[in-house]
Design a protein around this ligand. Structure first.
Ligand SMILES: O=P(O)(O)O[C@H]1O[C@H](CO)[C@@H](O)[C@H]1O
Ligand SMILES: Nc1nc2[nH]cnc2c(=O)[nH]1
Length: 291
């Protein structure tokens, strides 16, 4: 990112202070809702919600299926903050803007991030409607120097060279699997590698084949920058991809993906995902006492 895109510690603090002055909630968990998954916030009790346009310093959502609201509330007694709508690089936001909320959440006291997205599958064994627990990611834009941590490092948030191995918390992944088993939905739960591409176009067949060869299980246009920034400032991370379409890998296949179909499949699995996230948040500290 260029220096004009740099956001100062005071900028993040100003937004955090404004939010702290507007709500009594003091969240420990942040949830980012993927495309069409905004209903994850509906489970929150005692809600305080803010339109992004009313929050000082916040970017604006421009994508259909991303409402543009920050919702605070309780999930089974745990205080959460939920982004109903995220920011994508393809909307024209710098990666500092895309990830702005994460550092604000850190200043609010959040220590765990649950990130969700809609994604297309490359893995042959996956089906539309599957839920993929993210084991790891490939930050493709990062390879080309598009990384939210580029620029002067703010040591108050984290180190210059943060490790990214094991970034998706092992205990939370295991807990999620156990919850899926007890919910009786294991048959459509997978674990795999998510790859972020820049978008906004979907993949060509050659690109899809390349990603498949690289070991990518699901592809989307978000998540990696948010996870990098959350992990940099010490948050524990858990991620879910909802498989909304199978990425076309054959020149004999004339199917074409579109955003409306992505939103439709998100709706289909909304209840299961809401239950899974609620259970995960409620049982988190059984596994790990930091939440
Ligand atoms: O990653 P989320 O925000 O869930 O959205 C995914 O769905 C949209 C494409 O339909 C893209 O924005 C892609 O990244
Ligand atoms: N890049 C990409 N993003 C998606 N988001 C939802 N489905 C897809 C897909 O097939 N490709």
């Amino acid at each position: 990112m260029h220096s004009k895109d740099q956001i100062s510690h005071e900028d993040y603090q100003r937004t955090a202070d404004w939010l702290l002055s507007q709500t009594q909630h003091r969240p420990k968990v942040a949830i980012i809702c993927g495309s069409g998954l905004g209903m994850l916030a509906d489970a929150l009790q005692c809600q305080d919600s803010f339109k992004y346009s009313d929050i000082p310093g916040f970017p604006q959502s421009t994508v259909q299926g991303h409402a543009g609201r920050l919702v605070f509330g309780e999930l089974r007694g745990k205080t959460c903050v939920c982004m109903q709508g995220r920011f994508h690089m393809y909307e024209g936001h710098s990666l500092c803007k895309v990830t702005f909320p994460l550092r604000v959440f850190k200043l609010l006291g959040v220590d765990t991030l649950i990130v969700t997205n809609a994604a297309g599958s490359l893995a042959d064994s996956y089906n539309c409607g599957d839920i993929m627990i993210i084991r790891d990611h490939i930050n493709f834009p990062g390879f080309a120097g598009l990384n939210p941590l580029i620029g002067p490092n703010d040591e108050k948030f984290g180190p210059r060279f943060p490790p990214m191995s094991g970034v998706y918390d092992k205990d939370l992944r295991k807990l999620a699997f156990d919850i899926c088993k007890s919910m009786g939905v294991s048959q459509y739960v997978q674990e795999g590698v998510y790859c972020m591409v820049g978008g906004p176009n979907f993949e060509t067949i050659a690109e899809a084949r390349l990603l498949h060869k690289l070991g990518v299980d699901a592809v989307g246009m978000s998540t990696a920058p948010e996870v990098v920034v959350a992990s940099h400032c010490g948050m524990r991370v858990f991620g879910l991809s909802l498989i909304t379409n199978k990425v076309v890998k054959s020149y004999q296949d004339f199917e074409k993906v579109n955003h409306e179909a992505v939103l439709e499949v998100s709706k289909m699995r909304s209840e299961t995902l809401q239950k899974l996230v609620t259970e995960l948040v409620s049982r988190m500290d059984i596994n790990n006492n930091t939440a």
